[in-house]
Design a protein around this ligand. Structure first.
Ligand SMILES: [Zn+2]
Length: 106
């Protein structure tokens, strides 16, 4: 039963712009501004805003808000820099809020 299916994706909740691949999920155990959030190794079709230092639960990070490049909905943020050694693995990775993305092809 080989079925040809596209990759499992996450899309913007607002305009269905495809923003991330399920295969790029690193962790589903993150905390966003409004509840659960997922950590992704890549995101696509997004705009990264200006960098700013933010004190998070896990220490000081340089982060940038991530917007849908279509409707400009804020979807999450990107970790540009982590100052704590244990948090370095998050650098260059994307947080997308679970409430802002919807599943496609599942
Ligand atoms: Zn959108």
């Amino acid at each position: 039963m080989a079925e040809l299916m596209g990759p499992r994706l996450y899309s913007c909740c607002n305009c269905r712009n495809q923003v991330a691949l399920h295969d790029d999920v690193i962790s589903k155990a993150f905390q966003g501004r409004n509840g659960r959030a997922f950590l992704f190794s890549h995101a696509m079709n997004v705009v990264v805003g200006p960098k700013e230092d933010r004190q998070l639960m896990t220490g000081l990070h340089t982060v940038a808000d991530v917007y849908c490049n279509d409707c400009r909905e804020v979807l999450g943020w990107k970790y540009e820099r982590a100052y704590e050694e244990t948090q370095k693995y998050k650098e260059g990775k994307f947080i997308l809020e679970k409430s802002k993305i919807v599943k496609e092809n599942w």
